[in-house]
Design a protein around this ligand. Sequence first.
Ligand code: MF3
Ligand code: CO
Length: 256
Amino acid sequence: MSDTIYIKSKSEIEIMREAAKIAAGARSMGRQAVRDGLTTRQIDKAVHEYIVKSGAKPSCLGYAGFPAATCVSVNEQVIHGIPGRRVVRNGDIVSVDLCATYKGFVGDCAGTYPCGEVSEEAQKLITVTRAAFFEALHFARVGYRIADIGGAVQDYVEQNGFSVVRDFVGHGIGRSMHEAPEVPNYRPERARHNPRLVKGMTICIEPMVCAGDWHVEILDDDWTVVTQDGSLAAHYENTILITDGEPEILTMADDI
Ligand code: MF3
Ligand code: CO
């Protein structure tokens, strides 16, 4: 990945807004498909159809060989779950992560949703992961640096007794799904990972949180990231725009 941080022009931001809106709508479809008895493939289908119907392309499909439009990750699966025949059951928590490309720009968002009644711990994990994003958002402003975002996520998550994944990070976004800078969910040690935030930057802040220890591993399918200790994990992501005031959440919808 190039180190160049692309600052978006007004017209590019207009298109980013449209791409992100489609991604947010697709996430809502995924959320609604988290139901007892449906397979992860059916969740992917709902997302995929919405993206295509909106005139966009599912950016994850074929990305580095990923075989679907949606990453669907259940329980101890953190990210990059491959949709398939697995049936989602009451008590499961399901992470839905997708990207939509529209007129050459990408919107990216994710969320973890409960299927029916889930344990108190699972519900707390979902709530804390989402709230960690909003904690970080206070620092998504001109005058702060990338490390302030990661620091806010890490502090909030750890105060709540959970841990943040180190091996995967958020990212800049634009014409590519992944652009500079990296946006870790922890305070990075090296200063070169700590650029200043500038008006016109578009980035994805995406807390990945484990109920237990933060170490993860990749399954034999070469994609699915799971917690090493088998503890539950959750994910929440939005594409945001740095402005000269409040950050704008480009992938926001009322129901997430
Ligand atoms: N939405 C994910 C991200 O943040 C990307 C999914 S990985 C893919 O970065 F390979 F499936 F595209
Ligand atoms: Co992302």
